[in-house]
Design a protein around this ligand. Structure first.
Ligand code: XMP
Length: 506
């Protein structure tokens, strides 16, 4: 495997994804908590950083721990760090070093640049630049304005590059990474979804033996893939629980339960609608609604988990971005999480936790799911928030409002599917507004509610833009909803991006 030492750059995860796209396993670790190097580690990459190596509070890592022992590649801050603390000098850049540039010089025959053509376009993004390098360092590539675009510590496998090979604007970035990983580090490109499934199932068998595991299914990608992996390892000893909180999409509970059973999972569907509606009665504050739903879910799940005799483990669909230890910009105290009071924990939270997906990114979970033969309808699903329709009904929740919203939302989603745009949209949903407006139907005046359609494009939900859906499609959806859903006489479309708006309305 490859280890990536994180100095807090926004691009660190992207480096990891590029390495993995080359079918090589890698892990991200914070600069101040780097694991010991054992035989499984074939090389190390130092990431970029929002810090400058010249700052007094620059982030430090003694690169000599790796230098000379294993191949080492510094990117941006990583490169500047090794240059500066290796006897050279880093200064603020005098010229603009953002955006595209071309490598007009590449050292002949340097293994890092194998098959990278001269003039190859690279992407720069830094405010500092390497002004001078020590004698043992040599320049192996330059652009017009950046002389030390890449260097090597002579006679060693330590390299620094000031551009970002992980972004697609660096046209040959992937080739460069491959050169480093395969030719220089000697990695095998054998980390594939199939090999992941094979080794994970074997590890789970070993770890769990004849123990029983409970797992909450949500209908989403992560919990479904986690369940199928566990099922392959321990079969009927995996007890899946799928809770109907009364806040799911129309017919979702029944159809998803059916496909889970079809996949051979030992799954119990629990109708807890009324418990959730009772807890939500009278609540209109979004955070109070979220808390109530979280609390009831825990109660319901705990009741169900108690029915499984002798259960030892709690299975979870946690994925890698949730467990990467983030590099805190404000010092260690900011990263300390608030812990529950252990005495007050429900019993299932005291179980040992097994998380088969905690090394995977979302798109890798999907690929593993495909290898496992999971229904493409489950794998391709839009994200759906845990509190479900409760945060898409502004204000108080009633079963009647849920029913109306489910109907309108189903019309929206089915039309997206029929028009072939569902997969191009990152997330879509319908919001029930606590607003009544006047309309006219036939000869009659109506005074009914408004629903809002929301469809966004996004990569990870952190930022988003509204989708430019075709007018004809919007017209059809609006017509279908107003003509078929009693209680709705007006449909609007949300044209806000995130930021400054958010994807959900509550
Ligand atoms: P926002 O509204 O913050 O949403 O732009 C970003 C992503 O997070 C989802 N979301 C939630 N998911 N519980 C969840 O499990 C929540 O309380 C919650 N709130 C928002 C939202 O659907 C979008 O994908």
């Amino acid at each position: 495997k490859i280890l990536i030492l994180d100095f807090g750059s926004q691009f660190t995860q992207l480096i990891a994804r590029r390495v993995r796209e080359l079918n090589i396993y890698c892990e991200i670790h914070p600069f101040n908590n780097f694991p010991a190097l054992d035989e499984s580690v074939k090389g190390v990459i130092l990431s970029g950083s929002p810090y400058s190596v010249r700052q007094e509070d620059a982030l430090h890592y003694d690169f000599k721990t790796v230098h000379g022992k294993l191949p080492l590649l510094g990117v941006c801050y990583g490169a500047q760090y090794m240059a500066h603390f290796g006897g050279g000098e880093v200064l603020p850049s005098s010229t603009r070093e953002y955006g595209r540039a071309n490598l007009h010089f590449i050292q002949d025959g340097n293994p890092l640049f194998k098959d990278v053509p001269s003039n190859s376009q690279v992407w720069m993004s830094h405010g500092d630049t390497i002004a001078r390098i020590a004698d043992e360092y040599e320049i192996i590539a330059s652009t017009d304005s950046v002389k030390v675009a890449a260097y090597q510590i002579k006679g060693t496998q330590t390299y620094g590059i000031q551009f970002h090979p992980e972004v697609t604007h660096s046209i040959d970035g992937k080739q460069l990474l491959q050169n480093f990983l395969v030719d220089i580090c000697g990695c095998q490109q054998d980390w594939t979804p199939d090999s992941f499934v094979e080794t994970t199932v074997a590890e789970l068998k070993e770890k769990l033996g004849d123990d029983k595991v409970v797992l909450g299914l949500s209908g989403g990608v992560d919990s479904s893939v986690a369940a199928v992996l566990l099922h392959q390892a321990i079969g009927k000893n995996l007890y899946c629980i799928f809770v109907d909180n009364g806040l799911l999409r129309k017919d979702e509970f029944e159809s998803v339960l059916e496909s889970y059973k079809h996949m051979g999972l030992n799954v119990k569907g629990v109708d807890a609608k009324q418990r959730f509606y009772d807890a939500l009665a009278g609540l209109s504050d979004p955070e109070k609604k979220r808390k109530a739903i979280g609390r009831v879910f825990i109660e319901v799940f705990d009741d169900e988990a108690h029915l499984v005799e002798d259960v030892k483990w709690l299975g979870q669909g946690t994925i890698y971005p949730d467990v990467i230890e983030s590099v805190s910009v404000k010092g260690p105290s900011a990263t300390i999480k608030s812990h529950h009071n252990v005495g007050g924990l429900p019993d299932f939270m005291k179980l040992k936790v097994v998380e088969p997906l905690n090394t995977l990114f979302k798109d890798e979970v999907r690929r593993v799911g495909k290898t496992l033969g999971i229904d493409p309808n489950i794998l391709g699903r839009h994200p759906f928030p845990g509190p479900g329709l409760a945060i898409r009904i502004l204000g108080e929740i009633t079963p009647e409002k849920v029913d109306i919203l489910q109907q309108a939302d189903a019309i929206f989603i089915n039309n997206l599917r029929a028009a072939g745009v569902y997969d191009k949209v990152w997330q879509a949903g319908t919001i029930y507004l606590p607003v009544q407006s006047v309309g006219v139907m036939g000869d009659e005046r109506t005074y009914e509610n408004v629903v809002c359609l929301r469809a966004v494009e996004s990569l990870d939900g952190m930022t988003a833009d509204w989708c430019h859906l075709p007018y004809d499609l919007l017209a059809k959806i609006s017509n279908d909803i107003i003509n078929n859903v009693k209680g709705i006489n007006r449909v609007v479309y949300d044209i806000s991006s995130k930021p400054p708006a958010t994807i959900e309305w509550e």
